[in-house]
Design a protein around this ligand. Structure first.
Ligand code: PBG
Length: 349
């Protein structure tokens, strides 16, 4: 008697349950059919740290699997990256000499112009994106010219050590031309300097490089997750931090305003950074703007997954692929990631 009652109660409870999302999770074949986001090699941009000197590959402690490479080592590396089907590399330079205005960045013999020529020769089909910032090249580690009576750029109305906007814009134009002359396909300004996209665009156009694209680090937060990168590129600020130019992680509206400004100034690709802490911004940028959108899974995001995996706390492959899939799901068309080469191997490519 009691049993019959339970049975009929169950039937009543499930009678209206015609929508059953689990039907499509029943088998691997069905789950594959229902999958909305698939990673492919064309999604990835692989960052490279290029250092001065020759015949050196220097592993980066806080970024297992990543190294600084000298220019002569780039041909083999570029060949491997191209063979995996990755469409582009993003270059960061570690010069031998740093000075107040980061001259290595705008010299035709600087580490990055030399790197661009080497990669273009070895793997002409690989797109070369050069990160356009000064923090790796200046002796003070800031992303441009700072306010100081010693360097000929002094504005008494501004605090000492303040990053001067417009003198920095001029240098960004110079350096972009040096990288374009070497063969860069895309210039990627990452300093959050006001007007950087317009400044670089007009320098390139006037200099005969209207075909070179600009990928703007449009919404770049002053994030602690860049820590390992600063070890990798020897670019930690010598004093203070980057809060006077990079975005406060607490701000959403300001990030969208920054992105809108870069769209107006003629950016070809937009970027949001860091990736996982900014999925909300990424998603909103995807809805609001029509340009290709990139996300940068930064050094700290990479290091966290690597460190947890080394402890046996996370599965490296699964956590890396899940993080990348979710960044793409949130709206990224392109992902800059130190996992790019491994991810393609894990995906069976
Ligand atoms: C240069 C630059 C940084 C990163 C990319 N370009 C460092 C910074 O802004 O301090 C960080 C990348 C990473 O953490 O992987 N301005």
């Amino acid at each position: 008697m009691t049993e019959v009652k339970i049975e009929s109660a169950q039937k009543t409870a499930t009678a209206g349950l015609s929508v059953r999302p689990r039907r499509l999770r029943l088998s691997l074949a069905l789950r594959r059919m229902a999958r909305e986001t698939e990673l492919t090699p064309a999604d990835f941009i692989y960052p490279l740290f290029v250092r001065y000197g020759s015949d050196r590959q220097v592993p980066i402690d806080s970024m297992p699997g990543c190294s600084q490479l000298t220019v002569d080592k780039l041909a083999a590396e570029a060949g491997e990256i191209a063979a995996l089907g990755i469409p582009a590399v993003l270059l960061f330079g570690i010069p031998e000499h740093k000075d107040w205005h980061g001259s290595d960045n705008f010299s035709d013999d600087g580490v990055i112009p030399r790197a661009i020529r080497a990669i273009k020769e070895a793997a002409p089909a690989l797109a070369v994106i050069s990160d356009m910032c000064f923090c790796e090249y200046t002796d003070h580690g800031h992303c441009g010219i700072i306010n100081s009576p010693e360097n000929g750029h002094f504005d008494p109305a501004l605090p000492l050590g303040y990053l001067l906007n417009d003198p920095t814009l001029e240098l960004l134009g110079e350096a972009s031309l040096a990288h374009a002359r070497a063969g860069a396909d895309i210039i990627a300004p990452s300093g959050m300097i006001d007007g950087m996209v317009a400044g670089i665009r007009s320098a390139l156009d006037v200099g005969g490089f209207s075909h070179v694209a600009v990928m703007s680090y449009a919404a770049k937060y002053a994030s602690v997750f860049y820590g390992p990168f600063r070890d990798a590129s020897h670019s930690a600020p010598g004093f203070g931090d980057r809060a006077q130019y990079q975005l406060d992680p607490a701000n959403r509206r300001e990030a969208l305003k920054e992105i809108a400004l870069d769209v107006e100034q003629g950016a070809d690709i937009l970027m949001v950074k860091p990736a996982m802490p900014s999925l909300d911004i990424l998603n909103e940028a995807r809805r609001r703007f029509e340009l290709p959108l990139a996300a940068y899974q930064v050094s700290g995001e990479y290091a966290m997954i690597q460190a947890a995996a080394r402890q046996g706390w996370l599965d490296l492959e699964k956590s890396a692929l899940e993080s990348l899939t979710c960044i793409k799901r949130a709206g990224a068309d392109l992902i800059v990631t130190y996992f790019a080469k491994d991810a393609i191997r894990w995906l069976g490519g």
